[in-house]
Design a protein around this ligand. Structure first.
Ligand SMILES: *Cc1c(COP(=O)(O)O)cnc(C)c1O
Length: 375
């Protein structure tokens, strides 16, 4: 059994993907070729924002956003304590300081009341200026934007939506990557919409910010590539990746997102009441980057993972360490009790195999091992 079966996906889409790759080879337009523009147009329409700037990866997409807002030394950026390292790393890379915010134990996303506490404490301490809230749509579920937007407005903070795992998610009929003042995503192969290497994108409705992001991604270009008006990056989406993404995006819209939701629903039906299953709040729709259950303790979680492994079933711990506990962030001296839910989740979460091509039989097999274990 595969955790996320990219080989199966390729076997289904092979004819179109092979043709698209050959077409790029024949065109020799490897950088900023036509498929890049075509993909960008499709993405913006789907997400429902005015501007989209494709780039090298999801980490660069976050970096581009922080550069656009000129975030740097002395600035505080609020970020969930339970996420992939990248969400916080970009803050430090720009010279700003991450302030870790605890998450909600049901949705795994940023806890709005802890966000208020952390903002208040940062203001009280007076050392850093609050500037940005990086929300993460963890495991495919959009963050609590209704609550977080109110807090952001009250304190005049920007929201940077890290939609690396969230592409395809919704609140009502509004799509992920449209909730931030700037939003980003990643096309890393295992993300909800992935390419065959690295890729990412920035989304915004703001004309000025879009123009700045476009400049930063190509060496701070001005009127043209060899007119350099600011220090930028080299972060473009390869034409080859865009051509592959166009095919995969079609499958994503036509059936993959629907099918992965069916898979998640079956897991929940079979497991609910026996182990803690992921919570999707009323009106929310997830793109299921992960299907993550919670056990009662680290010992129980590790034993279940070993038991699944014995049966040939892969599972993953996303994430084993809270941000505040990472070696790279020791120097911040975050209090050990700063994010107790995040800490508990790191000990108890387990992500199960889920992808649009998983079969009902496979899900039943996984669930029977879990139910046998917890009995
Ligand atoms: C994957 C991921 C990123 C980074 O994306 P890359 O394309 O790998 O750079 C950022 N944030 C989150 C939450 C992610 O899962």
């Amino acid at each position: 059994m595969q955790f996320r079966d990219l080989k199966k996906q390729y076997s289904v889409l092979k004819q179109d993907i092979d043709a698209a790759m050959m077409e790029v080879a024949a065109s020799s337009a490897f950088i900023m070729g036509r498929p890049v523009k075509e993909l960008e147009a499709g993405l913006a329409e789907y997400v429902g924002v005015k501007h989209r700037i494709s780039c090298g990866n999801g980490t660069d997409a976050l970096t581009l956003a922080l550069k656009v807002w000129n975030i740097g030394a002395g600035d505080a950026v609020f970020v969930p304590d339970f996420t992939f390292f990248s969400s916080a790393e970009v803050i430090s890379l720009e010279g700003a300081t991450p302030v870790f915010v605890d998450v909600d134990g049901d949705t795994f996303n940023m806890d709005a009341s802890d966000l208020e506490r952390k903002i208040a404490r940062t203001i009280e301490e007076g050392r850093l200026t609050p500037k940005v809230i990086i929300t993460v749509d963890l495991f495919g579920l959009p963050a609590n934007y209704p609550a977080i937007r109110k807090i952001a407005d009250a304190h005049r903070l920007f929201i940077l939506e890290d939609g690396a795992q969230g592409f395809g998610g919704m609140i009502g009929n509004k799509r992920a990557c449209s909730f931030g003042d700037i939003s980003t995503t990643s096309f890393f192969p295992a993300k909800p919409l992935g390419c065959y290497g690295d890729g990412g994108a920035v989304f915004t409705d703001n004309d000025e910010w879009a123009a700045l992001a476009d400049s930063y991604r190509v060496h701070g270009k001005g009127m043209f590539k060899y007119d350099n008006v600011r220090i930028g990056m080299n972060s473009r989406l390869d034409t080859l990746q865009a051509a592959i993404l166009k095919i995969k995006f079609k499958a994503f819209r036509e059936y993959e997102l629907r099918d992965i939701n069916k898979a998640a629903a079956l897991y929940t039906k079979l497991l609910a009441g026996r182990v803690k299953t992921p919570v999707t709040p009323e009106g929310y729709y997830s793109s299921w980057a992960q299907y993550t259950i919670c056990l009662n303790s680290r010992e129980e979680r590790d034993a279940l993972q070993a038991c699944l492994k014995e049966q040939g079933i892969p599972s993953m711990v996303y994430y084993p360490t809270p941000m505040h506990g990472q070696t790279a962030y020791k120097a911040l001296n975050a209090p050990t009790d700063c994010c107790s839910t995040a800490k508990r989740l790191c000990d108890t979460v387990l992500s199960l195999p889920v992808h649009p091509y998983i079969t009902e039989e496979e899900i039943e097999t996984v669930c029977s091992v879990i139910l046998g274990f917890v009995r």
